[in-house]
Design a protein around this ligand. Structure first.
Ligand code: ZN
Length: 114
């Protein structure tokens, strides 16, 4: 049963059945790929990736539904947790560095001018 208020509903009756997918209450037919990933390492959702590939009315009408949400604490390159270093002056955060131990991705937030 699909709840019309849900963004996505994926139903799988058993290991051999074709999943039923409802996107914003509407059933998606002629599916060729369904990917759903959700991950957290904290008390908040960290990352969510959804991809549904399907055909429309004809074989030339190929569509992809793609949604993703990634938390700041996760590396945008590889999905590994980012280490965050914070410099504080006068009780204010002046500089933040996010670094990935896995792939070396680095991002700085210079917040001193705020
Ligand atoms: Zn990384």
């Amino acid at each position: 049963m699909a709840d019309n208020k849900s963004l996505i509903v994926i139903e799988l009756e058993n290991e051999d059945s074709i999943p039923r997918v409802f996107y914003e209450g509407e059933e998606i037919n002629r599916k060729v790929r369904i990917l759903f990933e959700w991950e957290t390492k904290t008390d908040k959702p960290g990352k969510m990736n959804l991809e549904v590939k399907h055909y429309g009315e004809s074989i030339s009408d190929f569509k992809t539904i793609k949604l993703s949400k990634n938390d700041d604490s996760i590396c945008p390159e590889c999905g590994f947790d980012l280490d965050t270093k914070t410099w504080i002056a006068d009780k204010k955060v002046v500089f933040e560095e996010h670094k990935c131990k896995n792939c070396g991705y680095k991002r700085h937030n210079d917040v001193s001018e705020r």
